[in-house]
Design a protein around this ligand. Structure first.
Ligand code: GUN
Length: 291
């Protein structure tokens, strides 16, 4: 019988821990951490993600600000807004919600963020530190995945972990973390150009599916007893919900779950852990301030 990895419950526990830490700051008369979020345009998913981030901050007592711009903002105007946050001593950390409109270079925008305020862990300085194992802000989803694996005491040392997808915000960084000392998995990254992808996935003790293709991982690609972490959040049409859509993972849960030792559901698996990672990074940013 497989065990569900309950990201919702685990994230709620971590939020309690963070709320406790923030309350302690309060009691000792220290400043309360402050996260700012920049949202450009009104992409439906981004609106939901940012609203949830603001809500999470309120729940644990972290201050937050939302800064919105129309999607016709120029790249230089956006970078000026970022520089203002870099220099604002009342802001501990901030994020720029992605994706950005096509006329704006995401790389340029990310590189303009002060690495010491980069609550998303997307700046090349933080990603570089992560690669060589230095303390840094970790990207939220990989951080959340590793925390779930640790809290469920899933054995990783010497295990074969296959990461499906090589995005800058999930696949690539999680592949680095899974092979780091202390986690010690043997990692394979597969992607859209990989040959015999099914056979490689079939060899995995741990599958991390982050390609954004609904139900890509089928039962015949999964070894008996595998651990499956599903990062997918594709919106698919649904007659069962008020919104007319529901979230679909990258894994065909119904048929894959019976073969697993552990599996994350969608929703309620990785998503809540991603949200909680941002709170952890914000607290870390506040604790690391020199002034
Ligand atoms: N878009 C999708 N995921 C993320 C995230 O974790 N942070 C930001 N800023 N944008 C995203």
């Amino acid at each position: 019988m497989y065990q569900i990895i309950d990201g919702k419950k685990t994230a709620a526990k971590i939020r309690q821990e963070i709320a406790g830490a923030v309350a302690q700051l309060h009691e000792s008369g220290k400043r309360i951490p402050h996260l700012a979020a920049i949202l450009v345009g009104n992409n439906g998913s981004s609106e939901t993600y940012v609203a949830n981030k603001i809500k999470d901050c309120a729940e644990v007592g972290i201050r937050s600000s939302l800064i919105r711009f129309n999607d016709n903002i120029s790249e230089s105007e956006l970078i000026r807004a970022i520089e203002k946050l870099n220099n604002d001593s009342d802001v501990d950390g901030f994020i720029v919600q992605l994706p950005l409109p096509n006329h704006i270079s995401e790389n340029k925008v990310i590189e303009s963020i002060d690495p010491s305020k980069d609550a998303d862990g997307f700046h090349p300085v933080n990603l570089g530190k992560m690669i060589i194992g230095l303390p840094c802000f970790l990207p939220a989803t990989p951080y959340g995945i590793v925390e779930l694996i640790k809290r469920y005491k899933i054995p990783t040392a010497g295990r074969h972990c296959v990461v499906i997808g090589r995005s800058n915000i999930v696949g690539r960084p999680v592949s680095v973390l899974m092979s780091q000392k202390g986690i010690d998995a043997t990692v394979t990254v597969v992607h859209s150009k990989t040959r015999n992808i099914e056979n490689i996935i079939l060899q995995a003790d741990i599958i991390i599916a982050a390609i954004g293709v609904a139900s890509f991982v089928k039962a015949d690609m999964v070894k008996e007893g595998a651990v499956v972490i599903d990062v997918g959040t594709t919106r698919v049409p649904s007659g069962e919900t008020k919104s007319g859509w529901k979230l679909a993972g990258d894994v065909d849960f119904e048929h894959v779950a019976p073969k697993c030792s552990y599996i994350t559901p969608v929703p309620g698996g990785v998503g809540p852990m991603t949200r909680v990672s941002l709170l952890r990074n914000t607290l870390l940013a506040a604790n690391q301030r020199k002034i």
